[in-house]
Design a protein around this ligand. Structure first.
Ligand SMILES: O=CN(O)C[C@@H](CC1CCCC1)C(=O)N1NCCC[C@H]1C(=O)Nc1ccccn1
Ligand code: NI
Length: 188
């Protein structure tokens, strides 16, 4: 299983490189790695397992973060009710060879900013990203899909898409004024 020691940190060259496309059918090894990436996210959001294996809860994980320079990322975004009980998956998928088709001019950013499991420090500031994004990808069996996402799901997905291009979230933060706002930016 993947644990925090498998996640490489900023400074490692893989995190600043462009990931390779994935060939289908997947090798058994790459299939296993992709499933383990998704399993890591599920485990990291499970209190007992996260506690037992000292996992930082995550909603997304890109293959370069475990030093696999392939165009793969997993996302696991769950809906919770007010008591914090899981209601169901909002988006839970393993994405291969994603291609952005279009995105909105309108931008969104998380009020609390972003973090990254590969960045062990806080970097304050808004990370402006397109509010809506449409992209195609292949699933673990190589089938093509098209997905249109908005708001939080779009932010998570674009954070992962950036990792496949060697981009960190803080590359998008306005250096002069990290909390700069304009009427094209909606804070979530
Ligand atoms: O590339 C992928 N990463 O670096 C893991 C990141 C991805 C998200 C950061 C902002 C958008 C995507 C991640 O998940 N986090 N960033 C660092 C610590 C917190 C953690 C997080 O937001 N956890 C979370 C949130 C809601 C529910 C459960 N867990
Ligand atoms: Ni990250």
């Amino acid at each position: 299983m993947i644990t925090m020691k498998d996640i490489i940190e900023e400074g490692h060259p893989t995190l600043r490189s462009v990931a390779e496309p994935v060939e289908f059918p997947l090798s058994d090894e790459l299939r296993k790695t992709a499933l383990e990436m998704h399993e890591f996210l599920v485990n990291s959001q499970n209190e007992e397992i996260a506690e037992k294996y000292d996992l930082r809860p995550g909603v997304g994980l890109a293959a370069p973060q475990i030093n696999v320079n392939k165009q793969i990322f997993a996302v696991h975004i769950m809906e919770y009710d007010e008591e914090g009980n899981e209601v169901g998956p909002i988006l839970s998928e393993i994405i291969f060879n994603p291609k952005v088709i279009s995105h909105s001019v309108q931008q969104v950013a998380l009020k609390e900013g972003e973090g990254c499991l590969s960045v062990n420090r806080e970097v304050k500031g808004y990370v402006p990203r397109p509010k809506r994004v449409k992209f195609t990808y292949q699933d673990i069996d190589g089938n093509e899909h098209t997905l249109k996402l908005r708001d939080y799901e779009a932010i998570v997905t674009q954070h992962e898409l950036d990792h496949l291009k060697g981009i960190f979230f803080y590359d998008h933060i306005n250096e002069e004024n990290p909390f700069a706002q304009d009427d094209n930016l909606e804070l979530l």
